[in-house]
Ligand binder design. Structure first.
Ligand code: XIL
Length: 465
């Protein structure tokens, strides 16, 4: 139960009560316009890196500021895919959008989770053709040609990125890369692998080869000497929340590791929907925790279905909360969690209904509140003091971090909210002006205000002179 707080006094309230005041609940966002200022930074609530897929539209202006404030890392939604690295004359160069993303990340202190080096989609057709435009065969010379194209592509990408932003491990924002994407079959092929052009021409060994080239380029030739594997190398796939697909994924990862392939991590895209139980994502992560790899959620999105209604948006908030609770409970297994976009109408799944964390006007959705609310409440204590300043009641909240890790919390009051990041053993304070001599009784507020509700009741009708 909450302690009652009286005006003019100061009370320290223990962590259990503070839990109700920090971060806020899913239902606290009825007023979307107010939500942006009340939202804490998602990146400050998670022990794993939190990322977003972006393109050039998200690197400047208010949305650029939002990305930098909310996220630790970014992924190019399209412009580091194989076909983005070539002009119409098949000449390798960095796409202007990739350059914009690299510069943005470097300038704003964000990391880059790269996506993707080898894929069956968004890859130039000529990769798989000879100089006459005919499909490559499985002859030795055609296999050599395709392997050489893969090698020069991967080394070329590493070279261009390092030329733009420094050697890996020495200021280059790229710290991870999806080396191969979507190589697992959707049906029960004998070896569980997708029948792509890569596979048809080179067989399963193309996957080993891609990791070996990526390791040589990103962690060798273009790495800062002495840096310890500065770019973590990932395999990535979708539907890993389905047991059948997952078993094929596991089998491949086990084979790669048995062959000594330099793979660091396993990615789960998690393009899910409200009907997918979050326990399926937990199962997907749990299946890999004993396999000597780190993991990442690489492309999370959760469309509501259409038409989008406020009750569906609330259900989506609950879903994001429960999904992030799954991730928090598995934080030691996760390097990062990336959401596949920032604002709803920019999503590749927009037609399925508002899949992301932010409305198009950049205000926070119940989905963001949900993701924030999933964070374990840090051990903090709170003092609340009030005083009169020029006829207005000023409420000062002081929060002590009594834990051993940095605490990121939001203090919510009837007069506004404030996100605070507090070092272990430290404290932070914020003064809220009530902007009114008396507080209207019964003023609307959400669940994040529970702690201060008794205070508000005490205020009702009070004057300050
Ligand atoms: C999607 C992009 O979001 C779209 O803009 C593009 O038209 C197609 O690709 N799995 C992946 C991502 O690995 O690269 C895909 O991104 C979504 C599915």
């Amino acid at each position: 139960m909450l302690k009652r707080i009286t005006i003019g006094g100061a009370r320290r309230i223990a962590a259990a009560a503070v839990a109700l005041a920090v971060v806020g609940g899913v239902t606290a966002v009825a007023d979307a316009a107010a939500a942006t200022d009340t939202a804490a930074a998602l990146k400050d609530t998670a022990p794993f890196a939190v990322g977003a897929a972006i393109d050039q539209r998200e690197v400047s202006g208010a949305v650029g500021d939002l990305v930098a404030a909310q996220f630790d890392q970014v992924t190019a939604e399209n412009h580091m895919k194989p076909d983005a690295w070539y002009d119409a004359n098949r000449v390798l160069r960095m796409h202007s959008q990739a350059a914009a993303i690299v510069d943005f990340a470097k300038n704003r202190g964000l990391e880059i989770y790269g996506h993707t080096l080898v894929w069956h989609a968004q890859t130039p057709k000529w990769f798989f053709q000879n100089s006459s435009g005919e499909a490559l065969t499985t002859s030795q010379s055609d296999q050599d040609l395709l392997r050489e194209r893969m090698r020069s592509h991967i080394f070329g990408v590493a070279r261009l990125l390092s030329e733009r932003a420094g050697l890996f491990g020495d200021g280059n924002p790229v710290t991870a890369f999806d080396v191969v994407n979507e190589v697992i079959s959707d049906g029960p092929e004998s070896d569980g692998l997708r029948r792509s052009e890569w596979y048809r021409i080179l067989g399963e060994g193309f996957i080993d080869q891609a990791f070996r080239y990526a390791d040589e380029a990103f962690n060798g030739l273009y790495a800062e000497p002495g840096a310890e594997r500065p770019v973590k190398l990932f395999i990535n796939d979708y539907n890993t929340e389905l047991a059948s697909k997952r078993s094929r994924y596991i089998a491949l990862v086990d084979r790669l590791r048995a062959r000594g392939v330099p793979i660091d991590g396993v990615g789960h895209q998690f393009h899910v929907r409200l009907t997918v139980p979050v326990s399926a994502m937990a199962d997907a992560i749990d299946a890999f925790t004993t396999r000597g790899v780190t993991q990442a959620v690489t492309e999370l999105d959760v469309p509501t279905g259409t038409p989008v209604t406020s009750s569906l948006l609330d259900a989506q908030g609950t879903y994001y909360r429960d999904a992030f609770a799954v991730f928090h409970a598995r934080a030691s297994a996760l390097r990062s969690v990336t959401v596949w976009g920032v604002t709803d109408s920019r999503s590749w799944r927009a037609a399925d209904g508002a899949p992301l964390l932010f409305f198009d006007d950049l205000s926070a959705k119940p989905a963001l509140r949900g993701a924030l609310a999933a964070a374990p409440v840090p051990p903090v204590e709170l003092d609340v003091a009030t005083r009169c300043v020029a006829g207005r009641v000023v409420l000062t909240a002081t929060v002590w971090n009594t834990g051993s890790a940095t605490a990121a919390i939001t203090v919510s009051t009837p007069f506004g909210s404030r996100a605070l990041t507090i070092a272990p053993g430290g404290r932070a304070a914020h003064a809220f002006s009530t902007r009114a001599v008396s507080i209207p009784a019964g003023a609307a507020h959400g669940t994040g205000l529970d702690l201060l509700a008794p205070l508000e009741a005490s205020y009702a009708g009070a004057s300050c002179s």
